[in-house]
Design a protein. Structure first.
Length: 231
């Protein structure tokens, strides 16, 4: 196992401190939409009967648990490099059907072509080298396997400035009031507004060799769901 990079260590520390209020903050910040997006991610994974799914950066396990619910009989792994977040996932109802495991997205300890689907929510903006992390995902996918990504992205067009202002003000404020943790949620706001567009993520995926790459925007263009297939 390799140790995380310095950005990785900061991110790991940050998430080890947030699990208690993580789900509540997510619900508030997305006005309850996060759960619906996770259902959409799992649906788009199109797991075959008895297939296997790897949810990376699983956090408190919302996507992994939804996958286990939607595809009974599937093998579902939820992995993360924050033991604090994984502890939150393990306590949830139904958690026993998922294999929860420590893993750094930069170096997945799984064999090549191990999974029919790979999913992740809010991983990419937290890593130093998104291309490397996506290449790892291509490696562990089976041919024909699907990758589904949920991520925040900077808003665009006419809504860009008003929405960006809303994100800048509301998220740190909610962090301060609900979680008493303005710093973590200032990081979230900054990493969202500074992150790649869906077009840029799609370009990386095509360069790596993924096919059938497509995306949809959600929530006034502040979220994206990107889907791709390993040829
Ligand atoms: C915002 S949370 C998202 C949790 C969950 N996917 C969701 O949608 O609610 C981001 C998660 O990514 C994890 N993470 C960030 N970088 C990682 C890495 N390099 N390897 C594994 N997990 C990572 C963090 O520990 C954290 O649990």
């Amino acid at each position: 196992m390799t140790s995380p990079s310095s950005k990785g260590e900061d991110v790991q520390r940050l998430f080890d401190t947030v699990p208690d209020y993580y789900d509540r903050m997510n619900r508030l910040m997305t006005l309850g939409r996060h759960a619906a997006w996770c259902r959409d991610v799992v649906k788009r994974a199109q797991l075959p009967a008895g297939g296997s799914l790897l949810d990376i950066a699983t956090g408190t396990g919302v996507i992994a648990l939804e996958a286990a619910r939607r595809y009974p009989g599937a093998t579902v792994y939820g992995v993360d490099f924050s033991e604090g977040m994984l502890a939150g996932a393990r306590e949830k109802p139904g958690a026993e059907v998922v294999t929860w495991q420590f893993a750094d997205a930069n170096d997945l300890e799984f064999d090549d072509a191990s999974f029919d689907a790979v999913t992740h929510g809010y991983l990419l903006r937290n890593v130093e080298d998104a291309e490397r992390v996506l290449a790892e995902q291509l490696r562990v996918l089976r041919p024909g396997g699907r990758l589904v990504i949920l991520e925040t992205c900077p808003p665009r067009g006419l809504l860009r400035w008003p929405v960006a202002l809303g994100v800048k003000v509301v998220i740190p404020l909610l962090g301060q009031i609900v979680a008493r943790d303005r710093k973590s949620y200032t990081y979230l706001e900054e990493s969202t507004l500074g992150f790649m567009s869906p077009e840029q993520v799609a370009e990386i995926l095509r360069r790596l060799g993924f096919v059938s790459v497509s995306f949809v925007r959600r929530f006034l263009g502040t979220h994206m769901i990107v889907t791709a297939t390993k040829p």
